[in-house]
Design a protein around this ligand. Structure first.
Ligand code: GRF
Length: 200
């Protein structure tokens, strides 16, 4: 029998995607275990969500460390302690460096609120809205050293109604995220063979 996969979720803000993933593990949609969370922002509401779910959480910003490399090394060691096999970025607002990437190559994924390669970066929803495109959406992709450039795993598109404000669009994008991310992770965790190794 295959053992349950240990997942780590990284977040920086409100953690609504973290919540969707917590709910999806509790309901059994994702047959894995959220072994721990990593949060880089001590004020993030995501910390509360993790605590309420009883998930061990590392709160560590690069500022708390002597170097960026030391910050990544602390995170790598924390993930190894928790025997993490899959890293899920859920609104984590930092670029992932070589040290973390080399330990989790092909085992780190991200969600982005646009149809990549269009509108990468921090303000994907707003950039799409202001550009006047009529279709945008959500992308789940593997993480590489670029900004939202890794191989795409899944996308869902959304037609922008001309009557929508930016807020309306944001609401629809988040609804898609909260459905799509659990679905994709369930597929990777429940059936995936390519991401079953433990942290090196
Ligand atoms: C999401 O829109 C995600 O795609 C983006 O940042 C937002 C995080 O929201 N990278 P939350 O913290 O999960 O509520």
């Amino acid at each position: 029998m295959r053992s349950v996969m240990n997942i780590a979720i990284f977040a920086s803000g409100s953690g609504s995607n973290l919540q969707a993933l917590i709910d999806a593990t509790l309901s059994g949609q994702i047959k894995g275990r959220i072994a721990c969370c990593v949060v880089d922002n001590p004020n993030a509401y995501a910390i509360k969500r993790a605590q309420m779910a009883g998930i061990d959480t590392l709160v560590l910003s690069p500022k708390m460390c002597t170097s960026r490399d030391e910050w990544e090394q602390c995170i790598v060691e924390y993930l190894q302690q928790h025997q993490v096999q899959l890293v899920v970025l859920a609104g984590f607002m930092r670029i992932i460096g070589e040290r973390l990437l080399s330990h989790f190559a092909q085992r780190m994924i991200n969600i982005h609120p646009s149809l990549l390669p269009n509108f990468p970066g921090r303000t994907g929803i707003q950039d799409a809205y202001e550009s006047g495109v009529t279709i945008t959406g959500v992308t789940v992709h593997y993480v590489d050293s670029g900004i939202d450039t890794g191989p795409i795993i899944a996308q869902q598109s959304l037609e922008i109604d001309p009557s929508w404000t930016l807020d309306t669009l944001e609401t629809h994008i988040h609804e898609i995220e909260h459905r799509l991310y659990p679905q994709v992770i369930a597929t990777l965790v429940n059936h995936g063979e390519s991401i079953v190794n433990t942290a090196r």
